[in-house]
Design a protein around this ligand. Structure first.
Ligand SMILES: NC(=O)c1ccc[n+]([C@@H]2O[C@H](COP(=O)([O-])OP(=O)(O)OC[C@H]3O[C@@H](n4cnc5c(N)ncnc54)[C@H](O)[C@@H]3O)[C@@H](O)[C@H]2O)c1
Length: 386
């Protein structure tokens, strides 16, 4: 593949997210949107006119006719697999929105299609650019937290209204979206969990279907996780709660980190590992001496722009990817395992059976009801929705 100076990219699916990507790419020197594609002709025409790019209404024609090097897929979820595989087979570099696919078996198919490793294949896990999580990863990887013993993430500030769910026929249906809060909002947190701690060995979840909204998928989840090293975790999420919470607490033998809000990390550090202290101390109750460490952090990182820029730099300069798409299977497998556990009312042992979950999802799709009413919503606050 010849070395490029400026990547010519097409965006497929120019709804809320695809349209936002087109705007952001204008700020990136070595990437240029030259075409877009959307099955909603009116929307495609409007955005293409504004961006002054070629317009297509089906991706197969785009792949045949457009002069492009790369593709960004920002369609509803199931299409990520079909369009993604076609894009890879056609030889394009590919950036796919989260989740990379709806279920583990589709992720495997998509990843398998990436045979030419010269083609860059990335996923939009923009939260990996957040310096809070980058710093936490550094603390874990350098063993500054000691042996990890407990992970608690309450992420209930994904509030969504009834009209949000009505704003797209595909939203909050098994056949269109393939799940609810776990497949739409939480792929970011589930990606971070697997990025930071690897995969759990067991997953036990309670899921609530349409508890707060008139939807057929989950809008509240409470999960208990066990990890191979004995650590345990709790993951709680909801789209029906306001004000919600985003509190991420990680405990290791060397102390406890709390990330809540955007103004830094609180690290309460044990002077000696608490397990060592427990064995050596003659005191009955006293924990190790503590140091309170405030790690200052400014802002939430470069987010979508950072991933888009990194995608272009990976193509042009061989930069390492922040979020290789091959890692996108992990968050999907974890989301699937939570749903499977909740549906079966059982603990799921990992790795998840890809075929078992695909079969269950097929049954749900068979009973899925398409939306009768699709309403237009005010998306002025879209930027605040991540
Ligand atoms: N990374 C993030 O922070 C973030 C935020 C929001 C949404 N997303 C993701 O972006 C994707 C799109 O979400 P959205 O909120 O923009 O949805 P949306 O409904 O606003 O937009 C989807 C667009 O895709 C078009 N489309 C559907 N099928 C198509 C096809 N086969 N070919 C071409 N176009 C097609 C639709 O007409 C629509 O315009 C989803 O994967 C979602 O999870 C990511």
């Amino acid at each position: 593949m010849e070395q490029l100076k400026k990547v010519k990219v097409a965006v497929i699916g120019v709804g809320n997210m695809g349209a936002a990507h087109i705007d952001v790419i204008k700020t990136i020197d070595n990437m240029q949107v030259v075409a877009l594609c959307d099955i909603d002709k009116e929307r495609a025409d409007k955005i293409a006119k504004k961006a002054d790019v070629s317009v297509y209404y089906d991706y197969k024609t785009l792949f045949k006719e457009a002069d492009i090097d790369a593709v960004i897929v920002a369609t509803p979820h199931y299409d990520h697999t079909t369009i993604g595989i076609a894009a890879l087979k056609a030889g394009f570099h590919l950036l796919v929105e989260k989740p990379i696919s709806v279920h583990k078996q589709d992720c495997q198919k998509l990843i398998k299609a990436h045979t030419n490793k010269k083609q860059i294949f990335a996923a939009m896990f923009n939260q990996r650019t957040n310096p809070h999580y980058k710093k936490l990863k550094q603390l874990i990887d350098t063993n500054a937290l000691g042996k990890i013993t407990r992970i608690n993430w309450i992420i209930t500030d994904w509030f969504r209204t009834e009209s949000y769910y009505k704003s797209g026929g595909w939203r909050a249906t098994w056949s269109g979206e393939g799940g609810g809060v776990l497949l739409n909002q939480c792929p970011h947190q589930l990606d971070l969990l697997t990025w930071l701690f690897g995969m759990p060995s067991t997953v036990r979840a309670n899921i609530a279907i349409g508890k707060y909204h008139d939807i057929e998928v989950e809008d509240e989840v409470t999960t208990y996780l066990e990890y191979p090293n004995g650590a345990t975790g709790i993951f709680i999420t909801s789209t029906g709660e306001a004000p919600g919470t985003n509190r991420f607490e990680v405990t290791g033998t060397m102390g406890k980190v709390v990330i809540e809000g955007s103004d830094g990390i609180t690290f309460v550090r044990n002077e000696v590992p608490c397990d060592e202290h427990s064995l050596k101390s003659s005191a009955g109750f006293a924990p190790p001496e503590l140091w309170n460490v405030k790690i200052p952090i400014d802002g939430c990182g470069s987010q979508h722009e950072g991933i888009l820029r990194n995608f272009a730099n990976a193509i042009v300069k061989g930069e390492d990817l922040i979020a290789p798409a091959s890692e996108g299977i992990n968050s999907v497998e974890l989301a699937n395992a939570m749903l499977y556990s909740g549906m079966l009312n059982k603990t799921v042992t990992m790795p998840l059976s890809a075929s078992g979950y695909a079969k269950k999802l097929k049954e749900l799709i068979a009973t899925s009801k398409p939306k009768k009413e699709v309403v237009k919503i005010n998306i002025d606050d879209f930027e605040d929705s991540f």
